[in-house]
Every structure is written in structure tokens, then in C-alpha cells.
Design a protein around this ligand. Structure first.
Ligand code: NAD
Ligand code: UDP
Ligand code: UDP
Length: 325
């Protein structure tokens, strides 16, 4: 099915979302045809509007919990809400999306005998007791908590990927994504980077959950997509799981300070209760990605935040932008 010039037809589930839309764009720039499948739960047409007239791009509205019969040369399985606010909105649907979505995508890959990449997550480590997190750490997840629909759904999806690998010899690629940010995050997404930037630009209070001393490590979207593409390009036996993220760890309070400095906003910091099961620290060990993919992030937090702030500034302009001064 792969044409002689190396051009492939690539399926991206969740292709109208934040990461998916960047991936679709990158694949098209790389000379491939893209089939974007999305049910628009958290994805937006705006994210892919610039691709709709491109002959290399095709959009299909479809819920991945149902079977999908298409013909493609490779599959990136991204469909799943990623923000805690969104994935907790309908937790049963979140688990279905992760688990049944994985089964259907794997069934498709098995019928077509094509490589399939799973967008897994650092959440499989839960509230980690090993720091930074290496791929062999088995995690500390509360299976009964509010985050479990996502964490356990993604863990089960990984199990399915490895069982299809062992049972059916599929070329699986499992990447564990750590907090990623950038243009096209949804302004009401609820994740920390978009919340703080929107709050700073509007001059609203910056909402720190807990004492703000919990840590995360933030990866700029372009770096992450490069990691995806490199992982898909590995030999069939390279399965992962492999951590993809930026190992530069900061506290949430420090993130707020950086955003306030770049936006020159006078928003105040306010403290709100820490959500249940919120991990206290998170940072990837990316030794494997460096060794196997020759990959590491190249965009600094300063530069990535500036680009993201510029995006939200454009998005919000026209709407009431208040500087708080
Ligand atoms: P997103 O919410 O912007 O994108 C998810 C996309 O999946 C949306 O377009 C949504 O409409 C679509 N979708 C959801 N349920 C679906 C269903 N049942 N059928 C079809 N489409 C469906 O989130 P994102 O940040 O782009 O995340 C993409 C993937 O990466 C997710 O699988 C997420 O778990 C994973 N991930 C992201 C991060 C991050 O920091 N952004 C971190 C870890 C893992
Ligand atoms: N499936 C799909 N598209 C395909 C092939 C399979 O959506 O091209 C779905 C199919 O509906 C099935 C799932 O993937 O429920 C798993 O497929 P598999 O062949 O592994 O299992 P089985 O069909 O034996 O249940
Ligand atoms: N957070 C915060 N204020 C917000 C949104 C999030 O302090 O307005 C905190 C949240 O409690 C968590 C961290 O920022 O400790 C990262 O949250 P996010 O939802 O972005 O991602 P995740 O918890 O999945 O890493």
C-alpha cells in the first residue's frame, strides 16, 4: 500500500484536538496523506480549519468506541480527552474511549498489518514515588479516584497494546507523554498553562491549586510531535513504552511567576483547594528517548510560553482583554 515515493496514508484519531492537529499538520508537511478521525468532544474545527482545503487532508467525524473500517498505512491513536476537567465530565465515556478505542484501533492495525502508535501518558505513573519517572516504574495510581477513568483507561490501553504485540505480532509504539503545552490548547481546557495564560491576559486572579509547590515539567508541542514522528520511524521491534517530555521541572508557583512576567500582567495569585489525587511531583527521565530516538526537547520554557501567550493573545483579542492595571 505504501507508494514508491514513501508517501503514506496516515490515520490520526483525535486529530482535531490540540496535539492531533499539530501532528496532522506535521505529517502533511512531511508529504503524507492524513485521515483525521474525531468526534469533536474536545477537538475543534478551528484547529484544523487551515487543513480542510488541502487535498492531502481528509476529515471523518466518528466516535472511536465504534469500529472503524478504513485503509491506511500507519495509525496514531490520540483520541481521548486529556484535561482533568474534560475527562472527568463523563468518566465512563473516558474509559470507553481509551479501552474500546484502543481495541478498535488495534483491530484495524491487525487487519491491515500496519504500525500503530499509542498516545499514553505520564498519568500511568499516578502520584509517583520514584522521581524522576523511568519507564520501568509501575506507578502509584488510585484505581477508585476521580482521575482513575483516565489513568486506568490508559493503563489498560497499554496492556492491550502489549497483548496485541505478543499475540498478533503487531508493530506497536507506546509513548508516555508528559505535560505538553502550546498554541491550540483550548482556552477552557482547565489545564494549568492555558488557565494561567488566559487569567493573566484577562487580568483575572491566577488560581493556584494547593500551595503551588507541586511540580510538573512542561514540553512544547513541536518538540513532542518530533518525538512522535521519530518513534513511528523506529524498527518494528521498538515498542516502548518510552517517555516523551521535557525534563525541566518547575513548581506550579514558578510557572505562574514566569507567565506573569512575560505577560506583564498584574493578576494576583489566589490559592484554591488541591484536587483529589493531584500528583505532587512529576518529571520524565528521558534517557531512553535520547538513546533510542536521538531525541530531546529543544524549545525552552521561555520561548514556548512566549509563543503560546502570543497565540492566546490573538485568540482573546476582540474579546475583552483586561490588563489588570
Ligand atoms: P485534546 O482533548 O485536545 O484532544 C483529544 C481529541 O480526541 C479531541 O479532538 C477529541 O474531540 C477527540 N476525542 C475524544 N474522545 C473521542 C472519541 N470517543 N472518538 C473520537 N475522538 C475523540 O487533548 P490533547 O492534549 O491533544 O491529547 C491528545 C492525546 O494525548 C490524548 O490521548 C491524551 O491522553 C494524550 N496526552 C496528552 C497530554 C498533554 O499534555 N497534552 C499528556 C499526556 C497524554
Ligand atoms: N476492528 C475495526 N476495524 C477493522 C478491524 C477490526 O474497527 O478494520 C474492530 C473490530 O470491530 C473488533 C476490534 O477491532 O471489535 C478488535 O479486532 P480483532 O480482530 O482484534 O478482534 P475480533 O474481531 O476477533 O473481536
Ligand atoms: N493547577 C493549578 N491551577 C489551575 C490548573 C491546574 O494550580 O488553574 C495545577 C493542578 O492542580 C496540577 C498542575 O497544576 O497540580 C497541573 O495541572 P494540569 O491539569 O495542567 O495537568 P496534570 O495534573 O494532569 O498534570
Amino acid at each position: 500500500m505504501i507508494s514508491s515515493d514513501g508517501k503514506k496514508r496516515v490515520l490520526v484519531t483525535g486529530g482535531a484536538g490540540f496535539l492531533g492537529s499539530h501532528l496532522c499538520e506535521r505529517l502533511i508537511q512531511g508529504g503524507h496523506d492524513v485521515l483525521c478521525v474525531d468526534n469533536f468532544f474536545t477537538g475543534r474545527r478551528d484547529n484544523i480549519a487551515h487543513l480542510l482545503n488541502d487535498p492531502s487532508f481528509e476529515l471523518m467525524r466518528h466516535d472511536v468506541t465504534f469500529p472503524l473500517y478504513v485503509e491506511v498505512d500507519a495509525i496514531y491513536n490520540l483520541a481521548c480527552p486529556a484535561s482533568p476537567v474534560h475527562y472527568q465530565h463523563d468518566p465512563v465515556q473516558t474509559t470507553k474511549t481509551s479501552v474500546m478505542g484502543a481495541i478498535n484501533a488495534l483491530g484495524l492495525a491487525k487487519r491491515l498489518r500496519v504500525p500503530i502508535l499509542q498516545a499514553s501518558t505520564s498519568e500511568v505513573y499516578g502520584d509517583p514515588t520514584v522521581h524522576p519517572q523511568t519507564e520501568d516504574y509501575r506507578g502509584n495510581v488510585n484505581p477508585l479516584g476521580l482521575r482513575a477513568c483516565y489513568d486506568e483507561g490508559k493503563r489498560c490501553a497499554e496492556t492491550l497494546f502489549f497483548d496485541y504485540y505478543r499475540q498478533h505480532n503487531l508493530a506497536i509504539k507506546v509513548v508516555r507523554i508528559f505535560n505538553t503545552y502550546g498554541p491550540r490548547m483550548h482556552p477552557n481546557d482547565g489545564r494549568v498553562v492555558s488557565n494561567f495564560i488566559v487569567q493573566a491576559l484577562r487580568g483575572e486572579d491566577i488560581t493556584l491549586y494547593g500551595d503551588g509547590l507541586q511540580t510538573r515539567a512542561f514540553c512544547y508541542v513541536d518538540d513532542l510531535i518530533e518525538g512522535f514522528v521519530r518513534m513511528m520511524g523506529t524498527a518494528p521491534g521498538v515498542t516502548g513504552p518510552i517517555n516523551i517530555g521535557n525534563p525541566h521541572e518547575i513548581t506550579i508557583r514558578e510557572l505562574a511567576d514566569r507567565i506573569l512576567a512575560i505577560t506583564q500582567s498584574r493578576s494576583r495569585l489566589v490559592f484554591r483547594p488541591l484536587p483529589q489525587d493531584d500528583p505532587m511531583q512529576r518529571c520524565p527521565d528521558i534517557s531512553q528517548a535520547r538513546a533510542e530516538l536521538d531525541w530531546q526537547p529543544s524549545v525552552s520554557l521561555e520561548k514556548g510560553l512566549s509563543r503560546t501567550i502570543a497565540y492566546f493573545d490573538r485568540l482573546l483579542s476582540g474579546a475583552s482583554r483586561v490588563h489588570g492595571n
